[in-house]
Design a protein around this ligand. Structure first.
Ligand SMILES: [Fe+2]
Length: 226
C-alpha cells in the first residue's frame, strides 16, 4: 500500500473530474451538471460513513465517489440527448458509463501514484455502481455506500432543483416543472433501492425537505389564472 492510498488528494481528483466534465457538451451545466452531482456523491458518502459503526476503506469509497461517473465523458451525446429531452434508446448508451469510466480512473490513479490494489478496489466500485438491488451478489460495504450515496445525492435540494434545470435545458416552462414535481413528489419508494439502514434515515430526511419545498413552491402557482 502506498502512502497516497491512505491519504488521497481528493481536491486534486475533483479538479481532474471537474475539468473533464467542463470539456463536455452536456455534463458541466444544467440538469446533468457533474461538477455538482459528483461533489454531492462525495459529500453523501462522507455523511453515510460518519453514521456507520463498521470498518470502511474510507479513501477507496471517497476516491470512487468523486470518479464514479467519469465515464459519462465518453458516452455519445447524440445517442442520449435530443432537443426535447432524452432519446428513445438513451438508456442503452447511458448504461455504458460505469464500464467506460474504469480505464479513465485507472490511468489517472496510476499516474498519480496509487497502488494497483487501491486502483482495483476503486475500479470495482466504479464498474458496479449502477448495479442496484440483487443484480450483483456479495456487494462489499464500500460498494453499498457508493450506491446509496449516488441516490442520496439526488435528494433534498438537489432533487428539487434538477427538474427546473431540466426544464431550462429542454424548453419546459417553470409552471410545467412545478406540476411535474407535484406528480413525482412521493419518491419515498426509492428507499427500497438503498442498501444500508443509515442511508434510509438520511434519505427520509431529505425527501421530507424536498416535499416541503414542493409544497411551498406549489403555493406560488395556486392561481385562478391556471
Ligand atoms: Fe452513474
Amino acid at each position: 500500500m502506498n502512502q497516497i492510498d491512505k491519504n488521497p488528494n481528493y481536491k486534486e481528483i475533483y479538479n481532474f473530474v471537474r475539468s473533464s466534465f467542463e470539456a463536455t457538451e452536456h455534463f458541466y451545466h444544467g440538469p446533468f451538471d457533474e461538477t455538482y452531482y459528483s461533489l454531492r456523491v462525495y459529500e453523501s458518502s462522507k455523511e453515510i460513513i460518519s453514521k456507520l459503526d463498521q470498518k470502511v476503506s474510507v479513501p477507496v469509497v471517497l476516491v470512487a465517489s468523486i470518479l464514479h461517473d467519469i465515464g459519462k465523458t465518453k458516452i455519445n451525446p447524440c445517442n442520449v440527448f435530443s432537443l426535447t429531452g432524452k432519446n428513445e434508446n438513451a438508456a442503452e448508451e447511458w448504461d455504458k458509463h460505469p464500464k467506460l469510466g474504469v480505464p479513465i480512473a485507472q490511468e489517472y490513479l496510476r499516474k498519480a501514484g496509487y497502488s494497483s490494489e487501491f486502483i482495483s478496489q476503486v475500479s470495482y466500485l466504479i464498474e458496479n455502481h449502477d448495479l442496484r438491488g440483487d443484480t450483483i451478489k456479495n456487494k462489499s460495504l464500500e460498494l453499498q455506500i457508493l450506491q446509496d450515496a449516488d441516490l442520496i445525492a439526488d435528494c433534498g435540494f438537489a432533487g428539487f432543483i434538477r427538474p427546473f434545470l431540466y426544464g431550462g435545458k429542454f424548453s419546459r416552462q417553470i409552471i410545467g416543472s412545478i406540476k411535474y414535481m407535484q406528480k413525482e413528489a412521493n419518491r419515498a419508494g426509492q428507499e427500497d433501492l438503498l442498501n444500508l439502514d443509515v442511508s434510509k434515515v438520511i434519505a427520509k430526511r431529505k425527501f421530507k425537505l424536498e416535499q416541503k419545498l414542493i409544497q411551498e413552491i406549489s403555493k406560488d402557482i395556486n392561481s385562478d389564472l391556471l
